[in-house]
Design a protein around this ligand. Structure first.
Ligand SMILES: [Fe+2]
Ligand SMILES: [Fe+2]
Length: 206
């Protein structure tokens, strides 16, 4: 019951609360951003996609913490989720600065990711749950790398945030691997990639 209440609380705070970062937002010493209206719109769309990714990260870690019976593993998931809260706060702040709005479908993304995380944890057990984390974080890392190319060069603020997130996600993958993750079968990786593709294409606009 406690665990369910925690999960519900996490969902409401992620979707409707104001996330608080525990680390300062990454910045670059280089001067102010130089963006024309079209570049501002593009940066807003890309950062909306990244914000959705962080909504999903909250859901995945919360559901996997709920699914495991191992207190050490639960602590691992909860620690990672706290770092993801920094990402959630940074991307949200940047969206506001760019005058863009978060995805209207965030409750749907959260629910979907929560369901997948719970399924991985309950059906597959802890090692598969960790394997799922490794694969997710690797895919997110590659996705963020692509955004470092696609974001307007003048958007120093978004670039600094995305670069720090990319480094954090790579570390999350390593940590999950070190905790005993099982490699995911190739077809599962492909399905995950296809689902992520639907999410990124949709969140770019909606
Ligand atoms: Fe993240
Ligand atoms: Fe992560």
């Amino acid at each position: 019951m406690d665990a369910l209440l925690t999960a519900a609380d996490n969902a409401l705070r992620t979707l409707f609360g104001v996330p608080r970062a525990s680390r300062p937002c990454p910045t670059v010493p280089d001067g102010p951003d130089h963006l024309d209206p079209q570049q501002t719109r593009l940066a807003g769309a890309l950062m909306r996609v990244n914000h959705v990714g962080e909504i999903c990260a909250q859901a995945l870690y919360a559901s996997q913490a709920l699914a495991t019976a191992d207190p050490a593993l639960r602590a691992h998931f909860e620690a990672a989720a706290r770092e993801e809260t920094d990402h959630l706060a940074w991307t949200r702040t940047r969206l506001d600065e760019l005058g863009a709005r978060p995805s209207l479908l965030n409750p749907l993304w959260y629910a979907g990711a929560f369901g997948i995380g719970l399924l991985a944890g309950r059906l597959g057990g802890d090692r598969l749950s960790l394997g799922f984390v490794v694969e997710t974080e690797r895919q997110v890392e590659a996705h963020l790398d692509s955004h470092l190319e696609r974001l307007p060069a003048g958007d120093q603020a978004s670039l600094a945030i995305v670069a720090q997130m990319r480094d954090d996600e790579a570390r999350h993958a390593h940590e999950a691997e070190a905790a005993g993750a099982m490699p995911m079968p190739t077809p599962v990786k492909q399905v995950m990639r296809a689902a992520a593709r639907i999410m990124t294409v949709t969140a770019h606009r909606i």
